[in-house]
Design a protein around this ligand. Structure first.
Ligand code: GLU
Length: 441
């Protein structure tokens, strides 16, 4: 059996790290097993779905390298959900309810007061045909609930292990709104069946939907897929990421200079039994993917670790891979600075340092002037810095930080940065001399 998986975002916001992880794991799973990956846009909620989010989600997935074999939009598939609702009605599994929101809230409050779980009391099942006729004649439009069957619902979750729910403890879910709009619980099951989804890999927040979805799948005569629910990410303080997710949207992280392979390497192993290591290609991560290795505990997002991976990735990038990303960049500069960068775009700063004009920072004018006078003649190479600083050391008696730091400050106006041995030949004698003398150059 060829696995078919789906990533099903609702285009009501931007992708954040949590969604990206679900998308990635689905994609890697498909790749690992030679299966296919469906992008399904859950956009039936017309009030909240936006085209700009559809476009952003697709752009983010492409940026991460997660192309899709097939794409579907639920807003274009309403007839399928209507047909499924009709089939459930015909089978006596979907029944009309006429309570208003206020009535339902009152019922819930009464249950709460008695210490009972908020479960729909199925009052609507007691309505006679005349009652319903009278309600509809009075302008009440029904919403439709799925009638759960009492009994145990069990599935073997690939991440969570065996899961069992007693259906009699669950509330009959609304599947169709009073205005005819199908709700996620129905449309998701219909599409999982229609697209032959074999594995539903998604966030743990959907565990509570699964028992219901299994019963709906069975009521529609379909085969129940295998489920895998990934624990949701938490921040360093152990809190959910929901509040911070805005700043952790993929678009935002990309704008900050995050590299897709650093992110993929991080997210593919976060919360698993494997060490997080930088990988060069998604296919490497796909080869290593094993859902059994995901922990049940919620993984902590460590942004520092993520940026460390980014730095490691940047250090290994050849010039050709970044040439188009920083205007004016050349191979010599890239080679000199890449080992010191966390983000590719930081190379632009070193381009300015090299080319100037730069206002030097002079800590000790007399020392810098002496060092300037000792600058050797060109041509400069990787050994020039060592020769020159050895000469300066011999002349001034300075060594260590007292020797190197004022020179770095004068030549780059920065406390730290790439190896001076690599930078000095790029800065060249003329600019080095002027900067050491305190001139803008
Ligand atoms: N649109 C749903 C969500 O974003 C999909 C959940 C699922 O994967 O079934 O939460």
């Amino acid at each position: 059996m060829t696995p078919r998986v789906r990533f099903a975002p609702s285009p009501t916001g931007f992708l954040h790290l949590g969604n990206a992880r679900a998308a990635l794991v689905n994609w890697l799973f498909a790749r690992h097993h030679g299966g296919s990956f469906l992008l399904r846009l859950d956009d039936t909620d017309r009030e909240r779905s936006r085209e700009k989010f559809v476009a952003a989600i697709e752009a983010d997935l492409r940026w991460l390298g997660l192309g899709w074999d097939e794409r579907a939009r639920q807003s274009e598939r309403l007839a399928h959900y209507a047909a499924a609702a009709e089939a459930l009605r015909a089978g006596g599994r979907l029944y009309p309810c006429y309570e208003t929101e206020t009535e339902l809230a009152l019922k819930r409050r009464a249950q709460q007061a008695q210490g009972l779980p908020p479960r729909y009391d199925r009052a609507a099942l007691a309505l006679s045909a005349e009652d319903r006729y009278a309600l509809e004649a009075a302008g009440h439009k029904p919403h439709w609930r799925f009638r759960l069957r009492d009994g145990e619902v069990h599935w073997d979750d690939l991440v969570q292990g065996g899961k069992t729910f007693q259906a009699q403890h669950l509330s009959d879910p609304v599947l169709v709104r009073h205005d005819g709009l199908p709700l996620y619980t129905l449309s998701s099951v219909v599409d999982d069946l229609a697209f032959g989804i074999t594995h539903v890999i998604r966030g743990e927040d959907h565990v509570s939907n699964t028992a219901v979805q299994i019963q709906i799948t069975q009521a529609l005569g379909g085969a129940v897929p295998t489920y895998a629910h990934l624990p949701l990410l938490i921040d360093a303080e152990g809190k959910g990421l929901s509040k911070r997710l805005g700043s952790l949207s993929l678009g935002e992280l990309k704008a900050q200079g995050l590299e897709p392979m650093a992110l993929a390497s991080y997210l593919a192993k976060l919360g698993t039994a494997d060490a997080i290591q930088l990988r060069g290609r998604l296919d490497d991560l796909a080869a290593e993917l094993d859902l059994v290795r995901f922990n049940r505990a919620q993984p902590r997002l460590d942004e520092q670790e993520l940026w460390q991976l980014n730095a490691r990735h940047v250090h290994g990038l050849p010039f050709e891979a970044v040439a188009a990303r920083v205007s004016g960049l050349d191979a010599a500069l890239w080679e000199a600075v890449r080992g010191n960068l966390v983000r590719v775009e930081e190379a632009a700063e070193w381009l300015l340092v090299r080319d100037g004009p730069l206002a030097p920072v002079i800590e000790d004018a007399a020392f810098c002037a002496e060092a300037a006078a000792l600058l050797p003649a060109e041509p400069y190479d990787a050994g020039t810095w060592r020769q020159w600083t050895a000469t300066v050391q011999a002349a001034t008696g300075r060594k260590g930080r007292a020797l190197f730091h004022p020179l770095r400050l004068a030549l780059t106006a920065r406390e730290s940065g790439p190896e001076m041995a690599a930078l000095l030949p790029l800065i060249g004698r003329v600019k080095a001399e002027r900067r050491l003398k305190g001139e803008k150059a």
